[in-house]
Design a protein around this ligand. Structure first.
Ligand code: AHR
Length: 501
């Protein structure tokens, strides 16, 4: 099979906002308790945070982490998680039917963010709460001093404000599973008023309104239109969430799903622009893809887990090479839309549908999906070049013209390093790629990383953590502004080119 690609150095989609490589940590399963926080672990620091997990998070270089949920936030009393630990209440978390001991709360999360070299993206509860709790937590976090909430923070040992710049106005408020779910009118009005008041407390913050919780929701499109009509003047972003699965074991269909992510993004952009025009507005609303991943492995087995535990192992998907390919395609989809997608959060970070897994009191390791995310976060910075891709295609289910080649290229800010990310969706055939690199004469190949395995269902486990790892030495060469590469069946490829000095 053959495919071609054409790039021009000055034809740019957009700048990559570093927040495209964000992640998400919810009070759910073993994400917090047994994930980032386990005081009894041998690697735990003086604050109870696992050092081995911190090292892996730092390796991923995530600029933001969304917290504390997710569905959890819609029933959360943030006041339960501040002040002396011994007087914090235990609560029923109705979103996941677990016990929330409140050992970790807002201040501990801020402390962890500092240690992990990341910044918080906080969500406020617009399920059971509203304007009042949103302005209170913002005052607690961001106001310097001299008020009830800011002085309370100082009395808890945090003299300096946390200065949280990015806030989500609730979570998936259209979903019937959400505590305090709302109609678009109810949510749109509440989100607009909450946003207005939050910006009166701190005008420097940025806000994300909830879009539909998925493209397949019956209210999708009408929800976005109405919510943005209410909130257009007050928010900077609208959220998108998507999870793909392969419960029917139809791999060609599973691999094709990211083409639907492209459509989803383009549809939401169209709605944002429609509302802008309707409002005679000046600003663009950007997209915050603040939950995305593969999620299906654990769905069945989770129903057998007991309710009302602490750190119950919910949503512990063990990822395969196939899943890593889909995650790679989703990353490419996000990059291809870097002009409008400014924020994205891989959901989630540790143990819960996550690139990092841990054993209680034991090891921490990298799942298969860790690798494409790491590569994109490491090398996919700067700007995205517009790529003209010609590839053989296939039809599957209701999807037609799915290209075997999924690819995107980025050029760093200095213009010296070009990275091409490419997935070959074909299950058994090589894809021979010829790429024209317009204006990129003098670039040479630095390395060609490949993530591939003879068994598409291969996983990484505590016993075999390096079963699926990338290797250097993919077959490719660059000559006179032309790149030729062989992309192996079902492989993720990172071709790194640099300008010859
Ligand atoms: O990430 C897991 C859950 O998926 C989140 O809590 C929710 O927002 C979404 O439905």
């Amino acid at each position: 099979m053959q495919a071609s690609l054409h790039l021009e150095i000055d034809s740019i989609v957009g700048e990559v906002d570093p927040r495209l490589y964000g992640s998400f940590l919810e009070h759910l399963g073993r994400a917090v308790y047994g994930g980032i926080y386990e005081p009894e672990h041998t690697s735990a620091d003086e604050d109870g945070f696992r050092g081995d997990v911190l090292e892996l998070v730092k390796e991923l270089n995530v600029p933001i982490v969304r917290y504390p949920g997710g569905n959890f936030v819609s029933g959360y009393n943030w006041e339960d998680g501040i002040g002396p630990r011994e007087s914090r209440p235990r609560r029923l978390d109705l979103a996941w039917r677990t016990l929330e001991p409140n050992w970790v709360g807002t201040n501990e999360f801020m402390m962890w963010c500092q240690k992990a070299n990341t910044a918080p993206m906080m969500a406020v509860n617009l399920g059971t709460k509203g304007i009042d709790e949103a302005r209170d937590i913002l005052e607690y976090c961001n106001h310097p001093s001299g008020t009830y909430w800011s002085d309370l923070r100082r009395s808890h040992g945090y003299e300096a404000p946390h200065n949280v710049k990015l806030w989500c106005l609730g979570n998936e408020m259209d979903g019937p599973w959400q505590i305090g779910a709302k109609t678009a009118t109810e949510y749109g009005r509440l989100a607009a008023e909450t946003a207005k008041v939050m910006k009166w407390v701190d005008p420097s913050i940025e806000l994300v309104a909830c879009g539909s919780s998925g493209r397949t929701m019956p209210t999708f499109v009408a929800w976005e239109e109405e919510v943005l009509t209410h909130t257009y003047d007050h928010v900077e972003y609208v959220s998108l969430h998507t999870y793909y699965g392969n419960s029917d074991n139809n791999l060609p269909l599973f691999l094709a799903q990211s083409t639907q992510m492209d459509r989803f993004i383009e549809e939401v952009v169209a709605i944002c622009d429609y509302v802008k025009a309707k409002k005679r507005g000046k600003k663009d609303i950007h997209l915050s893809f603040d939950e995305w991943n593969v999620w299906f492995h654990s769905s069945q087995s989770d129903s057998n887990l007991p309710s009302w535990g602490i750190g119950t192992p919910f949503l512990e998907d063990v990822y395969t090479l196939e899943d890593a390919m889909v995650v790679g395609c989703m990353l490419i989809s996000l990059l291809k839309h870097a002009d409008r997608v400014k924020i994205a959060c891989l959901a989630q970070l540790v143990n819960v549908i996550a690139p990092i897994m841990t054993q209680n009191l034991g090891a921490a390791w990298r799942q298969t999906i860790f690798w494409p995310f790491l590569h994109a976060s490491q090398f996919g910075r700067g700007r995205v070049l517009r790529a003209k891709v010609e590839s053989p295609t296939y039809n599957v289910g209701e999807l037609s013209d799915v290209p075997y080649l999924e690819a995107v290229a980025t050029l760093d800010d200095a213009g010296d390093n070009l990275t091409l990310f490419a997935v070959n969706r074909h299950l058994s055939e090589n894809l021979d790629l010829q790429a024209q690199l317009g204006g990129l004469k003098g670039f040479v190949l630095k390395e060609h990383l490949v993530l591939q395995h003879s068994d598409p269902k291969a996983t990484n486990t505590a016993a075999n953590p390096n079963n699926v790892v990338p290797r250097a030495g993919g077959k490719s060469q660059v000559e006179d502004g032309k790149l030729s590469a062989t992309l192996e069946p079902l492989s993720w490829n990172v071709l790194r080119l640099e300008r010859q000095k």
